[in-house]
Structures are given as structure tokens and as C-alpha cells.
Write a protein that binds this ligand. Structure first.
Ligand code: PGA
Length: 252
């Protein structure tokens, strides 16, 4: 069975104190009741990671996630954070290729391939984001565009390495807009991505978790998560509210 994952992407939100309050509320509300097998990942700003990590340490279904990392191991890259640094404070997952990073920080498929390698080389799991713009969808090129994102950044990996990658399909037009993909749109893309992975990796594709992201909330999570190829969610805005994020976790 594929691992079910609900990841919260805090983006650039929450002071340290607010982040710790949110974390405590989440472990209180979702600490014991979460069905076993569901992994909850808190992707916090870099400077909160160590402290949030301490709070979730005794909750085995909670894991720690970063939102980015640099493609080099170390060196003169002022202001950057490397994969070994993240590994050293107990980070389990790293979001890579979020559309905001692609758009505002010019991250392309080649750079992301290097970042994927760094994260895997340091024992962590990438949450690799892909997704199309509204314009691309309207032009009918969205399926090719998204499968190409996977091919260019992931298809150099071997079977063992790809098995450690989590994929998040996030249509850009659905991120932070309140517009969610329909279950049919989500299932169509997820099934296609799995088929694309199977074309290269065979049976391994069936073990890869593919998350949906883009305006997931407590009202729509259940039906999205019920799609056969949707293995959980990457949640932005709704992950900042403990009650709502708990409801989303519980709807899987
Ligand atoms: P959203 O963000 O849930 O606020 O749409 C999702 C994401 O960007 O990961």
C-alpha cells in the first residue's frame, strides 16, 4: 500500500512563537487519533525547523519538512541552506520545485535535478512539485508539460532512489486562489503521472505517493483524497489553522 501523506506548507508565515503554538495544537488534536500509516509533514520556515522538530519528536507519525535547499553541499553561498545542514537537525522531507520557487526564483528543471540529488544523497525525501498554468491547461498542453517536469528532474534516478521521492501535483491556477481542481481533473493527472512513472520504473510506480495541492481545505479534502491515485495533500493556507489542518488530516 502507498504511504498516505498530508504535508503542510507554511510558506513564509508564522513567527517562531506562532509556529510552536500551531505545532502544539496539532500534536494535541491530531497526536493520537490519526489513523496509523498517515504521515503528517510540517514544512516550516528554515529557522523554525529545529524547534518544531523537538516538539514533534515523540509523535511518530509527524515528520519535519523544509521548503527548499541549495544544490551545493557547502561553500560561499551567502544566505543559503544546504542539504547536510537540514539532515543534521533531523529534517525528513524537503519540498523542491514549488511553483513559487520556479516563478520567483527562476528554478528550472535542471537546477531541480541537482537539488533532488542533494536531498536524496543526505537521506531525506524530496516532495517534488509539478503543475501547469491555466494558460497551458487551456492550450491543452498541460499533460505534456507536467510529465516533462518529471522526466527532466527525476528520470535520471534509479529504482531505489525514485522510490524515496514523493510527488506533489499542484496546478498553479489552484494555488492560493480558492479554486480547486475537480476530482476528475486531479485523478486524470495523477493517473497519468503514475503511468508515466510506470513507463520508466515499472512496478515501482505503484509505491510512489502522489499528493494533490492547490486550495485543499477541510471541505474538499475528503473527496480529493478519495481519488484512487491521490495519496494525500500538500496544503498551504489551510495548514496554518490547527483546527482546519486537523480536519484535513482526519479526512484521509
Ligand atoms: P494553498 O497552497 O493550499 O494555499 O493553495 C498549496 C501550496 O502552495 O503548496
Amino acid at each position: 500500500m502507498r504511504q498516505k501523506i498530508v504535508a503542510g506548507n507554511w510558506k513564509m508565515n508564522k513567527t517562531l512563537e506562532e509556529g510552536l503554538t500551531l505545532t502544539s495544537e496539532l500534536t494535541n488534536m491530531a497526536g493520537d487519533e490519526v489513523r496509523s500509516g498517515v504521515q503528517v509533514v510540517l514544512c516550516t520556515p528554515f529557522i523554525h525547523l529545529a524547534a518544531v522538530g523537538k516538539l514533534i519528536k515523540s509523535y511518530s507519525h509527524f515528520a519535519l519538512g523544509a521548503q527548499n535547499c541549495h544544490q551545493q553541499v557547502s561553500g560561499a553561498y551567502t544566505g543559503e541552506i544546504s542539504a547536510p545542514m537540514l539532515q543534521s537537525i533531523g529534517v525528513n522531507y524537503v519540498i523542491l520545485g514549488h511553483s513559487e520557487r520556479r516563478q520567483y526564483f527562476n528554478e528550472g528543471n535542471d537546477l531541480l535535478r541537482q537539488k533532488v540529488d542533494q536531498v536524496l544523497a543526505h537521506g531525506m525525501r524530496p516532495i517534488f512539485c509539478c503543475g501547469e498554468t491555466l494558460e497551458q491547461r487551456e492550450q491543452g498542453i498541460h499533460l505534456d508539460f507536467v510529465t516533462n517536469q518529471l522526466s527532466e528532474s527525476l528520470f535520471h534516478l534509479d529504482n531505489e532512489a525514485i522510490g524515496r521521492v514523493v510527488i506533489a501535483y499542484e496546478p498553479i491556477w489552484a494555488i492560493g486562489t480558492g479554486k480547486t481542481a475537480s476530482t476528475a481533473q486531479a485523478q486524470e493527472m495523477h493517473a497519468l503521472l503514475r503511468k508515466h512513472l510506470a513507463g520508466k520504473y515499472g512496478q515501482v510506480a505503484n509505491s510512489i505517493s502522489i499528493l494533490y495541492g492547490g486550495s485543499v481545505n477541510a471541505g474538499n479534502a475528503k473527496e480529493l483524497f478519495a481519488c484512487p491515485d491521490v495519496d494525500g495533500g500538500l496544503v498551504g493556507g489551510a495548514s496554518l489553522k490547527s483546527r482546519e489542518f486537523t480536519d484535513i488530516i482526519k479526512s484521509i
